[in-house]
Ligand binder design. Sequence first.
Ligand code: XMP
Length: 513
Amino acid sequence: MDKELVIVLDFGGQYNQLIARRVRECSVYCEVHPYTLSLEKIKEMNPKGIIFTGGPESVYDMKSPHCDKEILELGIPVLGICYGAQLMVYLLGGKVETAPVSEYGKTEVAIDTNSVLFHNVSEKTIAWMSHTDYIAKPPAEFKICASTDVCPAAAIEYNEKKLYATQFHPEVIHTQEGMKMLSNFVYDVCGCKGNWKMSSFVDEIVKSIREKVGDGKVLCALSGGVDSSVAAVLLSKAVGKQLTCVFVDQGLLRKNEGDEVEAVFGPEGPYDLNFIRVNCQERFYRKLRGVTEPEKKRKIIGEEFIRVFEEEAKKIGTVDYLVQGTIYPDVIESGLGKSAVIKSHHNVGGLPDYVDFKDIIEPLRMLFKDEVRKVGIELGIPEYLVFRQPFPGPGLGIRIIGEVTAEKCFIVQEADAIYREEIANAGLDKKLGQYFAALTNMQSVGVMGDYRTYDYAIALRAVTTSDFMTAEPAQIPWEVLEKVASRIVNEVKGVNRVLYDCTGKPPATIEFE
Ligand code: XMP
């Protein structure tokens, strides 16, 4: 079968991977490459189409990213988006200027539905705009096919050469008919058939890992979370026992989690790999004794994790490759590097400095979370692992306010297990972004039977969110909360009060520390 590929050339826009992901949603394989990708390489890759992304700069700025004009002369269809549209115009002799006013946000666009790009799109539609410059005059052969109040040339086309440009962002969800526009480009302009499936991705990635690793040894830090689990199974499929997964049970996991991970990845499980579970609960509790400052706790947990992992790696001997379950959102979060550190996420990029290896393998680096889940399903990983809610690297350490002790871990594990069970019983588990119990470290007076108690308060947290950068407190039905509260105070020794956190993010964060 003809392998169809569309490439996205990245000019620094924030939506570059989102464009690739939308193309993959059209069942066409798509990869993002830097705008510096050479003409020769592009020819060699033989893509069915090319998309230029947006970017923050102005094409007239000397330092702004420019690509080879010849890319537009290869006969390969090109769609330029925002900065990419302006660059196409600039390279082909049109005029880009600062718009009389910037447009930002949802904007009404008048569409020429005769354009192949806008086939089946409404004559008036809403699109997402975010620009300062605009196309003041399209190059001679181009025809205008969409406009807004501010942009007379909000989209332009040169059908004969298969060149298209939109000032707005079809890839963003706020562009109501953006998917139609992109699929028109991919199918009708580029002539793709759409025969790519996640299973093809799995086959290809397994093949390429096998080629890369040869008979080398591979090491993976397995947390039991979705990303590291999917990465480990991909590697196990590719190189079997050449892979060793180290699972550190630091005593800060959820109830039974260590055993659950071992059941799937250990010797009794279905996968061909070496599994090492390191039980080092006491070691972590010792290190955390007396420590109350959240960042200090995070640092200790992160550093101790690295120490344990390092020790295990040394036992294995020379390692050729280190596997990391990095996914695309991690790449953006750790790559921007300019924003303030709110919390130090120790598990992104911490290991490479400490383990001696030839190269790193990050098979999921370009995928979004839901795509990783699709790969997981494709690989036959149990659904409860694939659809697991996120669990932070420092684990319960940041869900216990103040000092962490074995006793407090036990309390929060029990309370959390009850909460999760009742959320599932109420059929709410798939509707919530994240939910968990935390130990407030506050003790208060209660009465149990005829006795006064002075015990801990558990806080319940549940949020809905699309990206975990912002979140809303979830409206859990009162009867569910009442049941959870009643079960926790009755079943978990040391707790006499249950509180529900109804704060959004911002101003609160999702975790407590
Ligand atoms: P916050 O608390 O920052 O959490 O609103 C946002 C999301 O990130 C998770 N989180 C972490 N994940 N290592 C992780 O892998 C960490 O150190 C960490 N801290 C927070 C949190 O569970 C939520 O999903």
